[in-house]
Design a protein around this ligand. Structure first.
Ligand SMILES: Cc1cc2nc3c(=O)[nH]c(=O)nc-3n(C[C@H](O)[C@H](O)[C@H](O)COP(=O)(O)OP(=O)(O)OC[C@H]3O[C@@H](n4cnc5c(N)ncnc54)[C@H](O)[C@@H]3O)c2cc1C
Length: 494
């Protein structure tokens, strides 16, 4: 099957009902359920872009196995131009939601590109695993599947690893192994977008497992309708309101779920790494997967920052606060964030090099810098929107009020210098959904954490970054200063 349409994605969700729980009830049909119906249509719209005659050529490439058009985010880059092509495609998808969807399928497609290109890495764990990851990547590409992933163990006791928790089956653990494959029992937290077709249950990009953690060290992939696999969702932030009342939440609420493995069978062909703690610890970095994913993430950051700059600028214009100096400072801060993200992204492409697997890998240091700093930039931009909008973010009557008996009063008292009441309410509703609503708060938490704990991301950066040349330079400078400095001539009092 070549690049899918949205209708094919929705039909797949109906054909393969997963064990999805929300509010004490099983969700039998996410395509029609109020908590999921909007987001699955947003994902469907992304797939439809692949068939839009004006975008098709920029969204797809010819499958190396069938010659059919397949999604461009599956492309294994060999040149700098390939990276630009993939990024341009990913930007289109990111722009669709203003960057407010984290699990657009390209995110994990890029991870798979990295893993499959480094199949030899998996083969060193077990020769079968190399073929498995290559075939799995082709399967996902040729069926244009939508993936989610779950990397971390439940947050019960962070002072110890998974093997030392109160219950050894709290964190999903290999409970059995036979000729057919593995059996997993326990849980993982968290998976965004439980309406994906498949889930990658992979090692963390960041958390280092110890030798006792071998039963928790693996990389496997499963269809989300696999028997025993269960998704326990949080409350939905799509409150069933109109697009006017809830412009982002009513479209892009992806949902997050804890993933329970109740004796889940994993066939051998879906196992890519197993019980090799050291290899699992290094997998995302060595395969290049984390760099390919971060290339997508920073593309999304650019789209999101552009969108926020647009919203902030429209607020400034609407209520005529453009002449105040501190407003310039705040808008300039968003512009600096945007240009910083763009610069990191471009540098990652320009400095990309062919890695040991023969793949053009975006340069990691600028992407690492971007992922570290965006955890602070994003919450700050939310704060700026609050500072620009002030009480205007509360003067946002619902659509029913705008059309109801108070319509006349609303037309009068909600007008802005450069917008009528309807236009102003629409704009401030959007700013509210970024900066105040449950959807917006979750976005801030997402940007802080989804790519890992910022504290440990900083630790990983410090440990990996080669600072020795700069230490040497400063040492040399200190020595030079001593050798060549003018002799100290004591003054009259010295
Ligand atoms: C909205 C959202 C969506 C997400 N979606 C996904 C997803 O789709 N798939 C997925 O796999 N993950 C997802 N995540 C999870 C993400 O990977 C984690 O949030 C991240 O790795 C941090 O882990 P944690 O949340 O368990 O925090 P914890 O590790 O429990 O940390 C809690 C606090 O304790 C501190 N702490 C804990 N241990 C240490 C330590 N050893 N050293 C220093 N400080 C420590 C942390 O700094 C933090 O302040 C998502 C997270 C969010 C918020």
């Amino acid at each position: 099957m070549p690049a899918r349409t949205g209708a094919q994605y929705l039909a797949g969700l109906r054909e393969r009902p997963r064990d999805l729980w929300l509010g004490g009830q099983r969700v039998t049909d996410p395509v029609e359920h109020p908590a999921f119906r909007n987001v699955v249509r947003s994902i469907a719209a992304l797939y439809d872009m692949q068939h839009d005659p004006s975008a098709r050529d920029a969204m797809t490439y010819r499958s190396p196995t069938t010659g059919d058009p397949v999604g461009l985010s599956f492309l294994t880059p060999r040149t700098h131009d390939d990276l630009v092509r993939v990024r341009t495609m990913m930007k289109r998808w990111a722009d669709y939601s203003g960057g407010f969807m984290g699990r657009t399928p390209d995110y994990l497609n890029r991870a798979l590109v990295g893993y499959a290109s480094a199949a030899a890495y998996c083969a060193e764990n077990d020769p079968r695993f190399g073929d498995n990851i290559r075939r799995y990547y082709e399967h996902v590409r040729e069926h244009d599947l939508c993936l989610t992933h779950t990397l971390i163990n439940p947050q019960a006791n962070r002072a110890v690893g998974p093997a030392q928790q109160a219950d050894p089956y709290l964190a999903a653990r290999i409970a059995d192994e036979d000729g057919q494959g593995l059996v997993l029992r326990g849980a993982r937290m968290l998976a965004t977008l439980p309406t994906a077709d498949e889930i990658l249950v992979f090692p963390s990009t960041l958390l280092r497992a110890g030798p006792d953690d071998a039963p928790y060290a693996y990389a496997v992939a499963l269809p989300t309708d696999t028997p025993g696999l269960r998704f326990l969702c949080r409350e939905s932030f799509d409150y069933g309101k109109s697009h006017l009342d809830h412009p982002l939440g009513s479209r892009f609420e992806e949902m997050d779920a804890v993933v329970v493995f109740d004796h889940v069978r994993v066939p051998w062909e879906r196992v890519f790494l197993l019980r090799d703690v050291e290899r699992c610890n290094k997998a995302f970095a060595v395969t290049g997967a984390v760099a390919h994913m971060a290339h997508q993430v920073v593309t999304k950051n650019v789209a999101k920052t552009e969108f926020i700059l647009g919203v902030a600028s429209l607020i400034v214009d609407a209520i005529a606060i453009e002449s105040f100096q501190h407003i310039h400072e705040k808008i300039a801060e968003i512009i600096v964030n945007l240009e910083t993200m763009r610069a990191f992204l471009r540098t990652s492409e320009v400095d990309a090099q062919v890695n040991r697997w023969g793949v053009m890998q975006p340069a990691w240091p600028p992407l690492d810098a971007a992922r570290n700093v965006y955890t602070r930039m994003y919450p700050r931009m939310v704060e700026i929107l609050q500072q620009l909008g002030a009480s205007g973010l509360m003067a946002i009557p619902a659509e029913q009020d705008v059309r109801g008996p108070q319509a006349e009063a609303i037309r009068t008292y909600y007008q802005a210098a450069r917008a009528d009441a309807a236009g102003r309410i629409k704009l401030f509703r959007l700013a509210w959904d970024i900066a105040i609503s449950a959807f917006g708060s979750r976005q801030a938490l997402y940007e802080r954490y989804f790519f890992g704990d910022p504290v440990r991301m900083a630790g990983a950066m410090v440990n990996a970054y080669d600072r020795r040349p700069y230490m040497e330079r400063v040492r040399a400078f200190l020595e030079r200063a001593e050798a060549a400095g003018p002799e100290h001539t004591p003054g009259p009092t010295g």
